[in-house]
Design a protein around this ligand. Structure first.
Ligand code: HGY
Ligand code: MN
Ligand code: MN
Length: 395
């Protein structure tokens, strides 16, 4: 049976409706939210219609299982707090379309909490053995909700963990989420490797006080600690990082966050990524030394949350070659091999089986924002490359 481009596009828009933000094509569909669970139940129905057996596991990963041994394809359907309509969703719906039109057994997966409301690619990390379930259960989101409480909303759907040995490999299609393909007017990216990541929270605790009567030299101001930490870190990283290295302080909770109060406490997220595990370790050392020096200088306490991370991983050459062959057939001269600066479930799945990834362009390189989008022709080109690749793979 041939792939049905319109059915593929229609399903992408149907999925977009779950948690539609009302701004452009954006979605608000965080893991375990009502919109996320409703979307997964809709996906389970589409999987059944495709002849697959839907299977929810204890952390909310949703598999559409083909009978017997199969190739696994998919991604995630949860979103960032302000997410795009294609991040993750594209890979899930593309996998579904390949599964319902392929003459070889294809299973489909939508992993849960790839966007890390509770950690880092939590659902596939637990399934792949990278994160023990009891450790995941103790993780909390920004509002202090525990993972086990959140996943409890899907407890009635849980059918136990799927045995990964039934799968021969994993292929994930995803939007690039960066500017490379868009800027070079290329249609396809075949991923060579995925960067590694480290992610933790850091807290400085000083002294909450009156903003008018507390002399500057007597203050133990938590915001000043964060400000000094950030300035010194950027300076000290200069000798360690490359143009591909990234680091982000994405969330800052300042307490009590009032204009006439010297902030006594700050808790912030510290995340860094690079393709080299040694460089990630050196950056961690600099982060910890700098934070301690700032805490000592400003008289604040220092505390760390759980350090989470994933190692850099190379894509499987056999699966990657099948994608490259498909790319050359579908978009001759308009594809490239490239690393992934974004994290993906494929990193976790690579613990269990061969994995490979395919990118399509993100318009203006935008992602993790309501403005995320990709030309429909590029979405279809990516699906055609997947179709070619899957048909060329034997066994
Ligand atoms: O952050 C990431 O790289 C992924 O999009 N969650
Ligand atoms: Mn994603
Ligand atoms: Mn994402």
């Amino acid at each position: 049976m041939a792939i049905d481009h319109q059915r593929f596009i229609d399903d992408l828009h149907s999925l977009r409706a779950f948690g539609a933000s009302g701004v452009g094509k954006g979605v608000i569909r965080p893991a375990y939210s009502e919109a996320d669970i409703a979307a997964r139940k809709w996906l389970a129905g589409r999987m059944t219609e495709a002849g697959l057996t839907p299977h929810f596991d204890p952390v909310g990963n949703l598999f559409g299982l083909a009978d017997g041994p199969s190739l696994l394809m998919g991604s995630h359907s949860d979103s960032q707090p302000e997410g795009g309509w294609l991040d993750g969703a594209l890979g899930v719906i593309a996998a579904l379309e390949i599964a319902r039109s392929s003459d070889r057994p294809i299973s489909v997966v939508s992993f849960q909490d790839e966007e890390g409301r509770f950690g880092v690619t939590t659902g596939s990390a637990v399934w792949s053995g990278g994160l023990p379930l009891d450790k995941a259960d103790a993780l909390t989101d920004g509002a202090g909700i525990r993972f086990d409480a959140a996943r409890g909303a899907m407890a009635d759907l849980s059918q136990g963990f799927v045995d990964p040995n039934r799968f021969s490999g994993f292929i994930e299609m995803h939007i690039e989420q960066g500017p490379t393909l868009d800027a070079s007017d290329e249609t396809i990216g075949v991923v060579t490797d995925i960067v590694g990541i480290r992610d933790m929270t850091i807290s400085f605790e000083g002294q909450q006080n009156h903003a008018g009567t507390t002399p500057m030299h007597l203050r133990r101001d938590a915001f000043q600690a964060l400000s000094l930490f950030n300035t010194q870190l950027n300076d000290r990283f200069r000798n360690v990082v490359t143009p591909q290295t990234v680091w982000t302080i994405g969330r800052v909770d300042l307490h009590p966050n009032a204009s006439s109060i010297v902030p006594g406490r700050v808790r912030f997220t510290m995340q860094w990524r690079d393709g080299d595990a040694d460089r990630l370790a050196r950056m961690e050392e600099i982060i910890r030394v700098t934070a301690q020096e700032v805490a000592d200088d400003l008289g604040t306490n220092l505390d760390y949350g759980t350090l989470l991370g994933l190692e850099p991983v190379a894509m499987d050459l056999t699966l990657r070659t099948a994608l490259e062959t498909g790319a050359e057939q579908v978009a001759p001269g308009k594809w490239r091999r490239m690393p992934s600066g974004a994290l993906h479930d494929a990193t976790n799945v690579s613990r269990l089986m061969p994995v490979a990834m395919l990118f399509v362009p993100s318009i203006n390189g935008i992602s993790h924002a309501f403005a995320e989008d990709t030309d429909e022709a590029d979405l279809i080109a990516g699906l055609n490359v997947l179709d070619h690749a899957v048909r060329s793979l034997s066994g």
